[in-house]
Design a protein around this ligand. Sequence first.
Ligand code: PHE
Length: 331
Amino acid sequence: MEISEVRRNFEREVLEVKSPEQLESLRIKYLGKKGIINKFFKKLKELPPEEKPIFGKEVNSLRDYIKNLLDEKKKEIGTGKKRERIDLTLPGRFYSGGSIHPLSLIEDEIVDIFVGMGFSVVYGNEVETDYYNFTALNTPEDHPARDLHDTFYLQDGRLLRTHTSPVQIRVMEKKNPPLRIIAPGRVYRVDAFDPSHSPVFHQIEGLYVDRDVTLGDLFGTLEEFAKRVFSPDTEAMFIPSFFPFTEPSAEMKISCPFCGGEGCGVCQHTGWVEILGCGMVHRRILENLGYGDYTGFAFGMGVERIAMLKMGINDIRLFYENDLEFLEQFR
Ligand code: PHE
């Protein structure tokens, strides 16, 4: 092989070296005992005397050249850096950051309002027993909510909670009044997706138990909440309703956030929209838990419902489809 050919081969091979191991085997191939350079030196001995000086010089300079390049390569690999190949004039790349899901935004906002009123946050279980989801909440065996058509049952007889109200019982079992808690979380009902239904949605439960808590406290607290979460001129109205675990029970309506009460499609031209269920904790529940001397109020609201009213969203499915065009609006 010609010296010039060896040089070219080496130059090509050294470019391909990426690891210290590859570098070492390249070094052995060229500079090792049985390497290419040593073969040239052996050949040198057999040459006629007049050719020795010139050939010897060429081999020496090839050896130095190879050594140098191997050293340089070693530094390059050693620091893990390639030679500078960055074009600083190129425009930067745009990475879109993540954003908080609109439901989380609203949930946080609602939680903050109640925390500001002295409520503390607790979390319950999404998998519940029949006892906590129904029985302890004064919901009789034959209540339609227990129907298979409304409740997801697990094979072991437990169920996916259909509301956050079981947290009321769990909290009252563990802690003595005075109690002021809210419990946000997912709840499940057997429903098909449509613009206003989803088999999973979010609720925030509230519970306040102390001596002499009144219906007036309930109304005042929730009206203040509505003004803070919607707008200060929001009006509230309470309509008698029924829940097995509260007595009396009420539904809270607020003046429509869209038309301000004049009547529009959202409020079905009534000027009012329903936002939550509430009531005074049923005497039987308090007595069962040994709190006969106390009174309390409870409420439960759908986070999706509040979010839809606040953000002008008309289809609950948007919260669950992960469509970036929808989600990016809340960045
Ligand atoms: N749990 C009820 C529901 O899901 C709401 C509610 C909670 C009503 C607390 C009264 C008191 O509809």
